[in-house]
Design a protein around this ligand. Structure first.
Ligand SMILES: [Fe+2]
Length: 278
């Protein structure tokens, strides 16, 4: 099963620019730095990689989960470093039933969110860095046909759907929430066009047998590479990699995430019927 976002690889027009933003302002440790690539490590289990490219960069939406008990302090510290985005009514922090969030943009225009939920059990994952980051929660995947894409992800990757509408759904595995949206729906809070960015998402998965089931269900033409670095394939215009990691398979339950029980059910059904449903 899928447990988390292990890496997200984005394009940038300036490595120096992303370093000034993610390292100097957000204090993400630099795990690796090469001529054309830089890798940040906001938590021990997540890397954020930027590859420099001489081409237009389409902004992506990502969200990091932070501790709810620290949220106001985090927003205060963040606001001293970067301009925080406003909603049309002028507010910056949105408090909703299930939590609170704040948005800002990096130098390439990527829409970054810090989000916190009171139901997330603290003390399970250690908060990391100045802003107490727990995990990479969201990666936005704008697609032309969000209903087909989310069903494919559910059936082929064993993910769980939540908050489904014609233009939106969370497609969830462990802590990872792919935000599968229509390219017709704009990103909040600044009504930003949801164009499809060029990116490579690496999902952490629990074991080789899960990889085998996905491998056997994939159309061969979608597979880009299949090595010890994981299984890399195309999915609705995106590059997706599945890589076995040691991230806990029961992380959603331990964190008390609301979809955890449903996810367990879905995964146990998939395990029981094996390849036939894949
Ligand atoms: Fe979001």
């Amino acid at each position: 099963m899928i447990t988390h976002f292990a890496d997200l690889k984005l394009k940038t027009v300036s490595l120096q620019g992303v370093k000034q933003f993610y390292h100097d302002l957000l204090h993400f440790p630099v795990a690796r730095e090469e001529e054309n690539e830089i890798e940040f490590q906001p938590t021990p289990d997540v890397t954020l990689t930027f590859e420099e490219a001489s081409e237009p960069v389409t902004p992506v939406h990502i969200a990091f989960e932070v501790a709810f008990s620290q949220f106001e302090l985090i927003v205060q510290k963040l606001g001293e470093q970067v301009p925080l985005l406003k909603w049309p009514d002028g507010k910056i922090v949105e408090y909703i039933d299930s939590g609170a969030n704040v948005y800002f943009r990096d130098g390439d225009g990527n829409l970054v969110e810090f989000i916190a939920h009171p139901y997330v059990k603290e003390g399970v994952l250690a908060p990391n860095g100045t802003y107490g980051i727990l995990y990479l929660r969201e990666v936005g995947l704008p697609v032309e046909d969000p209903i087909a894409a989310r069903l494919w992800m559910k059936q082929t990757l064993g993910l769980t759907l939540a908050k489904e509408s014609d233009q939106f759904a969370f497609v969830i595995g462990g802590t990872a929430h792919a935000v599968v949206v229509s390219t017709m729906r704009k990103w909040i809070p600044i009504a930003m066009y949801a164009l499809a960015p060029s990116m490579e998402i690496t999902y952490g998965v629990t074991d080789e047998s899960f990889l085998d089931r996905v491998r056997s269900s994939l159309d061969r033409r979608l597979i880009i590479s299949d090595t010890e670095e994981g299984l890399l394939f195309r999915m609705y215009g995106y590059s997706i990699r599945l890589r076995v990691t040691s991230f806990p398979d029961d992380i959603a339950v331990r964190l008390n995430l609301p979809h955890a029980a449903v996810g367990e059910e879905v995964n146990s059904v998939i395990n029981e019927v094996g390849q036939s449903t894949f």
